[in-house]
Unconditional design. Structure first.
Lengths: 196, 518
């Protein structure tokens, strides 16, 4: 009698254990499927905030570059500008607004550097002959003109319109992408942003 | 003969208790069970399928964002092209419907439903079919759609065994009763099908996992080497040559001649790019990547160049080739004889070209895409489409040099000069449009698709057939079951039954219906 009672209890115990296990597996399966779905949704949301053509936009880490300046004097990399604000400008001799903004930027270059913000202008794959003639025509620049001979940096940043200026903070993150000619007010605004 | 009232038994799950019908005690468990039971309902699954079909339909009313031209922002494009309906479509986010959280959410819930429905039904069904008794209850026998009853002997039942075995039945005996069964796996078809579906959907979802999927278009000029962004610039592609062949209407089959002539002379027959693949192994001192050749080969339409998990497809080509070099003769216009010649590499033009003693050509300026703006020579772009040059030719007669602006069919300021640059030849580079693709989710889609089809075929073409025979007090009771193609079961069973002198199977359902109509 005593023995039989125990076996019944044992059976009940076993059944309840089985139910607990079942609940656990049910929960696991549901959680796993829903989690997988959530991951996919998150990925799509994250992709939506990125540019679909791989262009660099605000919030991205600035792609690294290593370019030699027009006169072949020095190689400039993004690392050289770590710890300070940087305005990374892309331009071409065939771009009229570029021609207009360059003297203005040159005039402000000294003051900009005093505030801890540097300016670098990357030419989009033109020949040194054309670029040096152009720079001579506009009276020279104090800031470095970098030659992206094989257009690799241009591609890495996904440049479509000129001029375009990326505001990069001291951590190497793009804060803003500004497409269009820079005037005095815009320049002051971009400098202020890069300083942060 | 009097017909007993036929009460059919639902044989779909062999009267097994579905898992979702079991209830737990604790409240957490009960909540889990309730959610589980909700998704285990086939009705819920059908609703989800219906909603997904509806949503997918809505997604095809206007083109999705990825298929619209990129020269306009999407918001403007939809309004301009489709009016206020288009704007509404855009505002509601339908232009990215298949990536929306609620669409993926519906797919996820459907997946969950498929999985739970299958678990809930497959395991009880499997167990019920595995532990089938040979002798079934009277209620069970009478509840089958096919059956018969007549007085008979044990010998007749014994005689059925070899006949049914010959037909491919597995026969079990117990206490004189007989149970024959074939193609039980046909019952598992829907669940195999569901495994395929889950794999397929899972594979499609894997596409968002970084590294599983890549798609990139690269415009590659002959002679150029460019990084493949999809590989994080680990690999570089160089185009050695781009070959383009046109159809020659005169040489083609007469059948196509007319069509080709109508289309003009520019129907491409084949185009391919000869490629060289490099891997970046480090960085050189000048900051340029250090490249090592890995592979070379060619890609033409439908025959991609492959490396690792990547395929490089020949997709398109630029209609206008670019100049890569130009040659000039330096002519003495007085004598009409050339003094020397130079070749200019347009991608990296030198500033000075030394000629024979006393002569020199300087490249003063260079315009790759020449244009005159406000009376000043300029370039429209950096592309080598229409090159023009400002030369300065130094000669013994003119030590300071003579200037001229030279372009295609243009030589300005050179008329009075003694020496002139005369165009002598050019080299072009074609630009090939290459599509770099990688899709590691494809095996999931293929395997999922194959399993899906296998499940469907198993479920359709392998009906589960069973026959129970037992005798009690000289009365032989027969019952038959099939999940598909009733006539085939009757034919197969009747053949054996009549051979041993037992009555044929009756379709009780049909009899009942006939009784109702009569």
């Amino acid at each position: 009698m005593d023995k039989k009672k125990q076996t019944t209890e044992e059976r009940l115990h076993k059944a309840s254990d089985g139910k607990k296990k079942r609940s656990f597996w049910r929960l696991m399966i549901m959680t796993m499927v829903l989690f997988a779905g959530a991951v996919v949704i998150m990925q799509f949301i994250e992709q939506a905030t990125r540019d679909k053509n791989g262009r660099v936009i605000a919030g991205d880490d600035a792609p690294d570059f290593a370019l030699v300046d027009l006169y072949g004097e020095k190689q400039h990399t993004l690392k050289d500008y770590e710890g300070e604000g940087l305005l990374l400008n892309f331009w071409g001799t065939f771009c009229e607004p570029c021609k207009k903004e360059m003297p203005l930027i040159n005039k402000n270059y000294g003051a900009m550097k005093d505030q801890g913000v540097d300016f670098v202008a990357v030419n989009v794959g033109e020949t040194p002959i054309r670029v040096s003639n152009f720079i001579k025509d506009i009276g020279g620049t104090d800031y470095p003109i970098l030659m992206d001979t094989d257009s690799s940096v241009e591609k890495a940043y996904g440049i479509y319109n000129l001029p375009v200026t990326f505001v990069i903070n001291k951590d190497g993150e793009v804060i803003e992408k500004y497409e269009g000619e820079i005037d005095q007010a815009k320049l002051d605004e971009l400098i202020a942003k890069a300083k942060k | 003969m009097m017909q007993k009232e036929f009460k059919p038994i639902d044989m779909r799950y062999e009267e097994a208790e579905l898992r979702s019908n079991r209830r737990s005690r604790s409240s957490i468990s009960r909540t889990i069970d309730r959610v589980w039971a909700f998704f285990s309902s086939v009705k819920v699954g059908l609703w989800l399928i219906g909603l997904i079909i509806l949503a997918s339909g809505v997604g095809t009313i206007f083109p999705q964002e990825m298929y619209i031209p990129q020269n306009l922002p999407p918001a403007e494009y939809y309004q301009k092209e489709y009016g206020s309906a288009g704007l509404l479509y855009y505002t509601l986010g339908f232009h990215r419907l298949f990536e929306s959280w609620w669409y993926i959410g519906l797919i996820t819930l459907l997946l969950l439903s498929i999985i739970i429905v299958s678990i809930d039904r497959f395991f009880p069904l499997y167990r019920a079919l595995k532990k089938q008794p040979v002798i079934r209850t009277k209620r069970f026998m009478d509840g089958q759609r096919f059956g018969a009853s007549a007085s008979g002997s044990q010998d007749q039942i014994d005689g059925l065994e070899p006949l049914l075995k010959k037909k491919g039945y597995k026969v079990k005996r117990k206490d004189g009763a007989l149970f024959a069964e074939k193609q039980r796996f046909g019952r598992y078809g829907p669940y195999i099908n569901h495994i395929g579906l889950v794999l397929f959907f899972g594979g499609a979802m894997l596409r968002v996992v970084p590294g599983m999927h890549a798609d990139e278009l690269i415009w590659l000029r002959e002679g150029d080497t460019l990084p493949i962004q999809a590989t994080d610039s680990q690999y570089y592609l160089k185009s050695d040559a781009f070959n383009l062949e046109f159809y020659d209407p005169k040489k083609e089959n007469a059948k196509f001649q007319e069509a080709l002539e109508r289309a003009g002379s520019n129907v491409p027959k084949n185009y391919e790019t000869e490629l060289r693949l490099y891997e970046r192994t480090g960085t050189l001192e000048n900051g340029k990547p250090k490249l090592e050749e890995v592979k070379s080969g060619s890609t033409e339409v439908n025959h991609p160049f492959t490396f690792g998990d990547y395929q490089v497809f020949q997709e398109q080509y630029a209609s206008e080739p670019e100049f890569i070099s130009m040659s000039f003769d330096i002519m003495n216009q007085k004598t009409g004889k050339p003094v020397d010649s130079i070749k200019i590499d347009l991608r990296d033009p030198k500033q000075e070209y030394d000629l024979k003693e006393g002569y020199k050509v300087e490249l003063i300026d260079f315009f790759p895409d020449f244009v005159v703006e406000d009376g000043v020579p300029n370039t429209k772009s950096a592309r080598l489409i229409n090159p023009a040059y400002v030369f300065n030719i130094t000669s013994p007669e003119h030590p300071k040099g003579e200037r001229s602006l030279v372009g295609i069919r243009m030589n300005v300021g050179g008329d009075d000069n003694q020496y002139a640059m005369e165009f002598a030849g050019t080299e072009f580079a074609d630009i090939s449009g290459l599509r770099v693709k990688k899709d590691l989710t494809l095996p999931f889609l293929y395997v999922g698709g194959i399993i899906f089809m296998a499940g469907l075929i198993i479920g359709m073409y392998w009906p589960h057939r069973r026959l129970w025979v037992r005798s009690e007090n000289g009365q032989v009771e027969i019952a038959g079951y099939t999940n598909k193609n009733a006539l085939a079961l009757q034919k197969e069973a009747n053949h054996a039954l009549t051979a041993v002198g037992l009555p044929e199977l009756e379709d009780r359902q049909k009899l009942r219906e006939e009784g109702e109509t009569a």
